[in-house]
Design a protein around this ligand. Structure first.
Ligand SMILES: *Cc1c(COP(=O)(O)O)cnc(C)c1O
Length: 222
């Protein structure tokens, strides 16, 4: 790609509805490139590895109004660091992890914002709740009062065509609506974290509120 990071950000930002949060996925991207994106107005950055994020976050401490989002598979033994380093965790993918995060959040006196990762279609390559599993776990999740459960995150299985991808995103929106209509005391369903570089336009069409873009902003991670 021969346009600059800031040009790409400006152009994508202007193509998105203002209600959609643009999250720059900075995994495998240098602190320097993150600074460029910050200069172009990005304040939300996402990482998928705790360790890698820690060194960049330390290097970028002067950019104190960045909101950090965790989007990778989170192992239990990294849960504490995840809560300490990130305001958002999009990839809460099972009940045990949610319970652990809730306990840690209470101990640390914080209330992280989280999305529940759901597999709208079966996908052996991804973690996350199946739809029936998620519906069954909602009564328990509703008791995790130290987590601010804000919505659903989904990634379509690879190999789908555009109409199939759009369908996955639409089903995710409908699932969130269905959960919202169950009137849980604590769970909220206002956020739909969906859409990556290859499919974010379809996600936006289906009602995404947060898109997670890496390659299209920063170039190939190689
Ligand atoms: C890497 C990653 C992204 C960004 O992917 P791109 O295709 O580079 O935009 C978004 N979400 C998750 C969960 C990721 O792991």
């Amino acid at each position: 790609m021969n346009s600059s990071i800031s040009e790409r950000i400006v152009s994508i930002r202007s193509s998105l509805p203002t209600s959609v949060k643009l999250i720059a996925v900075s995994k495998q991207v240098s602190a320097q490139a993150i600074r460029s994106a910050y200069s172009a107005g990005i304040r939300d950055f996402a990482e998928s590895r705790i360790q890698e994020a820690a060194s960049k976050q330390a290097e970028l401490q002067d950019l104190s109004d960045i909101t950090w989002h965790f989007i990778g598979h989170l192992q239990s033994n990294k849960a504490k660091k995840a809560i300490e380093q990130f305001s958002w965790i999009h990839s809460v993918d099972n009940l045990k992890l949610a319970q652990r995060l809730d306990q840690l959040a209470q101990q640390l006196g914080v209330s992280p914002q989280v999305c529940l990762q759901v597999k709208i279609l079966p996908d052996p390559n991804k973690s996350g709740w199946s739809v029936p599993e998620l519906l069954a776990d909602l009564p328990t999740l509703d008791q995790y009062k130290n987590l601010q459960i804000q919505g659903l995150m989904t990634i379509p299985p690879s190999g789908l065509n555009d109409p199939e991808i759009l369908n996955v995103f639409n089903l995710n929106r409908e699932l969130a609506k269905k959960i919202q209509e169950q009137n849980w005391s604590h769970i909220k369903m206002q956020q739909l974290s969906m859409g990556m570089s290859g499919d974010y336009e379809l996600a936006v069409q289906a009602g995404a509120t947060m898109v997670r873009l890496g390659t299209i902003l920063f170039g190939d991670r190689s």
